[in-house]
Design a protein around this ligand. Structure first.
Ligand code: BGC
Length: 514
């Protein structure tokens, strides 16, 4: 039975859906290189500037994130009404339109419109893919399957980085049009291929299409055998749960604020906010600058340092794919936060102790500062190694689990709503971080790392106290996981479940207290 539950079909479907993650990673990664390309700057400024102003770069990057925020929110009604599957197709199509506009841009206005539209597509996909994967995945490997999205995000980031390196060598508008246009290909593959993907069985049951749901479950988990005990059990659990949810009418956004669900909403939002406050994007967005500050001189050296960073980010996601369902969400998050926090603190302390803080020569008289580590090679290499460990720490923990946890904790009737709000919180904080980090780097320099190091420390404590373990639990069992004390460390370890049968009456009696 166990083997049946892990059929290749479910891996194939979840991996295919994760192409949406590739678009996410590629589009967020490609822009940093494009913004510095001379032909791009020329077009954006009608040849009047040799560099974009910070307002221009801020608008081009910020509008994508604003679009993502909106996309994450609109994806929920779409997922409920049109289905998860059709919404993935819609998200991919919107993304293609945005990417097409960017690729064919004739100037600044068109570019920012393209960014905002592409953002809506990415925001939708970033919320829909984990939601869809969570509803298809067998509980024993749900963490692994949703982690595939993070793997594809990091693959997209890495590919974007190297495409930028190649694009930079072209001496025409193609230098930026090719990198911006390439992303249409994976989105097209996703849009076309997704029409062959199954509907989410949970969504089908919620629309009274029970027979189709049973067929999907059988195809995914038992090579079409509708009588397989695993399939029958899962089907019955889903039907019971949805009947129960109908009986208590949990459907509106406001329900998320009621005692039964408020705790999950808070934890879902918190995990996404925390994911951004690990400081990962302070590294991902500003890596070349940081590596230069840490003492790597010359363009090609900092290019290599950033390229290695991208490859490491991708490879270090693999342990999550392999071990997340064994280690559990709590252990992964706590260990990741402790590792990242330690690295950030050590990097900050060493930079502060060994580096020289000077006025920024690029902005004289502005009060902006830079750290110069060139006087102490050993210390500067130490900081770079710390940054690498930090990125690896994120890649196996908060990167994937940030997407896994909110997608799995809500009851089906409000799962898309809850996950969409949590995802929107991630994009909002992504925007905040992208705005504050450059200011922090130029005002408090190494203090930036101390700040994020402390954030990671706080997160590890919060997870220990408040976040219950969800590994190995079916989506239908989440009500019981979040019932009782808000102090997660007091909760009993999850039983190694076959499936715990909880009927509707028991659930009503055991509603959460918080
Ligand atoms: C985060 C992104 C980040 C990426 C880095 C994702 O999980 O949401 O903000 O840039 O991981 O790998």
């Amino acid at each position: 039975m166990g083997n049946l539950a892990h059929s290749w079909q479910v891996y194939a479907v979840c991996f295919f859906a994760a192409i949406g993650g590739f678009c996410f990673g590629y589009d967020t990664g490609i822009i940093s290189g494009v913004l510095t390309m001379k032909h791009f700057i020329n077009l954006m400024t009608d040849g009047t500037q040799i560099e974009l102003t910070s307002l221009q770069t801020g608008t081009i990057t910020g509008l994508l994130l604003a679009g993502c925020f909106v996309g994450a929110l609109v994806a929920s009604p779409s997922a409920e009404y049109f289905s998860r599957k059709r919404s993935i197709i819609l998200g991919s199509c919107i993304f293609m339109v945005g990417a097409g506009i960017q690729c064919g841009t004739r100037g600044y206005a068109m570019m920012i419109v393209g960014r905002a539209i592409a953002g809506i597509g990415i925001g939708m996909l970033s919320m829909l893919i984990p939601l869809y994967q969570s509803e298809l995945a067998p509980k024993e490997i749900r963490g692994r399957l949703i982690s595939l999205q993070q793997f594809m995000i990091t693959t997209g980031l890495m590919v974007a980085f190297w495409v930028n390196v190649g694009g930079d060598k072209i001496d025409s508008d193609a230098s930026f049009r090719i990198p911006l246009g390439i992303q249409i290909a994976p989105a097209l593959i996703l849009a076309l291929g997704a029409s062959f993907l199954p509907y989410s069985p949970r969504w089908l049951v919620s629309k009274n299409r029970n027979e189709e749901a049973l067929t999907v479950l059988a195809n995914l988990h038992a090579n079409g055998d509708k009588t397989s005990p695993y399939v029958v059990q899962e089907y019955e659990d889903i039907v019971h749960q949805i009947e129960y949810e109908r009986s208590v009418a949990v459907t509106s956004y406001l329900e998320l604020l009621k005692p039964g669900l408020r705790r999950r909403l808070i934890l879902g939002i918190l995990i996404q906010v925390f994911q951004q406050f690990t400081g990962i994007n302070s590294i991902m967005y500003y890596a070349p600058k940081i590596f230069q500050q840490a003492g790597i001189d010359g363009n090609s050296a900092s290019l290599i340092a950033s390229g290695v960073n991208g490859v490491l980010n991708m490879l270090a996601t693999i342990p999550a794919i392999v071990y997340l369902d064994r280690l559990g969400r709590r252990m992964t998050l706590i260990s990741g936060a402790l590792l990242m926090g330690t690295c950030m603190l050590l990097a900050g302390i060493v930079m502060g102790a060994c580096g020289e803080v000077n006025p920024d020569p690029a902005h004289p008289g502005s009060g902006d500062k830079v750290v110069d580590m060139s006087g102490n090679k050993a210390a500067s290499y130490f900081c770079i190694v710390m940054i690498y460990f930090f990125v690896a720490g994120f890649a196996y923990s908060w990167g994937p689990v940030g997407w896994v946890y909110p997608a799995e904790i809500f009851p089906v009737s409000v799962r898309s709503k809850g996950n969409s709000i949590a995802t929107a919180a991630n994009w909002l904080m992504n925007f905040v971080i992208s705005e504050i980090v450059p200011v922090m780097l130029s005002k408090i320099t190494w203090g930036t790392y101390i700040f994020f190091g402390c954030c990671c420390g706080v997160m590890s404590v919060c997870v220990y106290i408040f976040f219950p373990e969800t590994k190995g639990r079916s989506l239908e069992e989440m009500d019981s996981v979040f019932t009782g004390s808000v102090f997660a460390f007091r909760a009993q370890a999850a039983p190694n479940i076959g499936t715990v049968e909880i009927n509707a009456t028991e659930k009503v009696e055991s509603k959460e207290e918080f």
